[in-house]
Design a protein around this ligand. Structure first.
Ligand code: 13P
Length: 242
């Protein structure tokens, strides 16, 4: 039985005060959420300490949005795995398309970050997905296969989550059709050594489409951007109707 994970990716949103305000409402609404669903919030570095305390004793797991491959060193602007685990961070998003697109992340650095995360006991959420242009010329499968091949070299698949995030569906309101998302998810699964790895879908997941997405047999959860910022929307998403 694969684990169901609903993870919010707050990206570069929320000060500490805003994060606490969101949680106050969100946590109070979680009583209806079935226990077997893992709920995760991947928050900006500056909020992690505050959120770690606020989430202590709750069922919500804390996640970060990136991690460096060394434990320490002269890497201005980076954060290491021991810095995250000290704050009880459990998950970390790696290789998000925004990091690949704006910050020069490559499959090689993604691979280094994945291995470092696992070495220190973090569960990486590896993001893969194609651009609109790559999809239009029929390269989606090839792009994803390459991201997996290079990204997962030497990575332990017993301690891993993958998110399929088609770039053209991120923040655009244009969701990938659920059957197509399931087809790509199944393709990803067919390339893994461990078929039990949870595979999430991400890209314009909203209260109005989560039920249909999660109903797909190969999709084990969601990585939610914009709709994870508002407590009402995110509650409806974690309370999806199976
Ligand atoms: P949106 O849900 O805002 O489309 O973002 C998806 C995403 O990038 C999650 O990592």
């Amino acid at each position: 039985m694969r684990k169901v994970i609903i993870a919010g990716n707050w990206k570069m949103h929320k000060t500490r005060a805003e994060a606490l305000e969101m949680l106050q409402t969100f946590l109070n609404q979680l009583y209806e959420t079935p226990e077997d669903r893992e709920v995760v919030i991947c928050a900006p570095f500056t909020t992690l300490d505050t959120l770690s305390k606020a989430l202590h004793g709750t069922r919500v797991m804390l996640g970060a949005q990136n991690v460096h491959w060394d434990a320490e060193g002269a890497y201005t602007g980076e954060v290491s795995a021991p810095m995250l685990t000290e704050l009880n961070v459990r998950y970390v998003v790696i290789g998000h398309s925004e990091r690949r697109q704006y910050f020069g992340e490559t499959d090689t650095t993604v691979n280094l970050r994945l291995k470092a995360a696992q070495k220190y006991g973090l569960i990486p959420i590896l993001c893969v997905g194609e651009s609109k242009q790559q999809r239009d010329v029929g390269e989606a499968e090839e792009v994803i296969t390459e991201q997996l091949e290079e990204g997962l070299l030497g990575v332990d698949q017993d301690n891993l989550v993958i998110a399929y995030e088609p770039i053209w569906a991120i923040g655009t309101g244009e969701t990938c059709g659920s059957e197509e998302a399931n087809r790509i998810t199944a393709l990803i699964r067919s390339q893994l050594k461990n078929p039990e790895v949870p595979i999430l879908y991400g890209g314009s997941v909203k209260p109005g489409n989560i039920d249909e997405i999660i109903a797909q047999p190969d999709i084990d959860g969601a990585l939610v951007g914009g709709a994870s910022l508002a407590p009402g929307d995110f509650t409806r998403i974690v309370n999806y109707q199976a």
